[in-house]
Design a protein around this ligand. Structure first.
Ligand SMILES: NC(=O)c1cnc(N)c2cc(Br)sc12
Length: 327
């Protein structure tokens, strides 16, 4: 695409337009799963942006879509300290465990009625992405919950991760947490390629996602077709939420994929019905899901219940029964 006629001022204006247009179409395609333009039209826009940035490299901004294709390899990952620890979840394996969870929440809160929210538990790698004034500034792995690895260049390549939040007046700080996953079909294709090349196949999509996000060369990460599904927040300054359900709607609005099948329940009995329904359709999802996360919906109550040193008291993961070995 010939951009030689552009003055610097015209280039700056056109780059801003292209960033907004391309970032919007990324959201349509990877988050809403409903593209408005063809891949060819998208590629033309992307090539125009690259051509202008090549002529005016100092006009490249951190939220440019060109920053999603990866950067030269690192020697190692810097360390990140999570100001809000990334906790893991306690497990429930049957209805009685869920009833016991409900009894414990009622006992600890002194309430006789608890509203719950359910989401899928994706089988991937937990990631925390920090945005300052709407710009992606850091992506980190969970690590041990307090110390993780800075994998920012890699996180930028993940589908469904916006480099700039899609709202006009973004909060000063928001850390979005979610699971980086690889779709089952992309996992199969990747393993076939690896076997063709005499490389060891990955054992499962979770290992493939973890191995891909922890690549020192983020250009390799960019080829691995990773997706992110958001499910919570860490440090937040300047925005508040009343319920978990509202938090998820906000995350979706600012540019993230969220779990399919999110529901609010007036009691644990309703949760148990939903657990049965989702267990029956567990193989229908394009990514690995290893259970259902059951959360107290009211954020104020979540805070009151708090957490142990490594698990929240306001959430539990119902684990799907181990799948019978494929015969
Ligand atoms: N929907 C959710 O909250 C969710 C989904 N998938 C996961 N692997 C995890 C882990 C934590 Br901790 S929460 C959560």
């Amino acid at each position: 695409i010939d951009v030689s006629h552009l003055t610097r001022e015209q280039a700056e204006k056109r780059l801003k337009e292209l960033r907004d247009i391309i970032n919007y179409h990324n959201y349509r395609y990877y988050v809403l799963d409903s593209p408005e333009i063809t891949d060819a039209e998208y590629d033309r826009l992307f090539q125009e942006l690259l051509a202008i940035e090549e002529r005016f490299p100092d006009l490249i901004t951190p939220d440019s879509p060109s920053q999603k294709v990866g950067a030269p390899p690192l020697d190692e990952f810097p360390e990140v300290i999570h100001s809000v620890p990334m906790l893991s979840l306690g497990n429930a394996f049957n209805d009685e465990d869920l009833m016991e969870f409900d009894r414990r929440v009622k006992r600890e809160s002194g309430l006789s009625k608890i509203e719950y929210e359910t989401e899928l538990k994706m089988d991937g790698l937990a990631i925390s992405i920090r945005y300052e004034n709407g710009i992606l500034v850091r992506g980190a792995t969970r690590g041990d919950g307090v110390r993780g690895e800075d994998v920012t260049p890699n996180v930028k390549t993940v589908r469904g991760v916006p480099l700039r939040l899609l709202i006009d007046n973004p909060p000063p700080v928001i850390e979005v947490r979610g699971e980086v996953i690889m779709y089952k079909e992309d996992f199969e294709k990747l393993n076939n390629e690896r076997i063709q090349k005499g490389e060891p196949p990955f054992a499962n999509p979770r290992n493939a996602a973890a191995g891909s996000i922890r690549q020192l060369d983020s250009r390799i990460t960019a080829e691995r077709k990773l997706h992110m599904i958001a499910y919570g927040v860490g440090e937040v300054v300047g925005v508040e939420f009343k319920t978990q359900f509202e938090l998820l709607q906000y995350l979706n609005k600012i540019g993230f994929r969220i779990s399919p099948e999110v529901k609010v329940h007036r009691d644990i009995e309703s949760v148990i019905v939903e657990v049965k329904r989702l267990t029956a359709i567990r193989d229908s999802f394009p990514f690995g899901a290893d259970g259902i996360v059951v959360k107290v919906n009211d954020i104020e109550l979540q805070k009151r219940l708090g957490a142990t040193s490594h698990e929240p008291r306001w959430a539990i993961a119902y684990k799907f029964p181990a799948e019978e070995a494929e015969t």
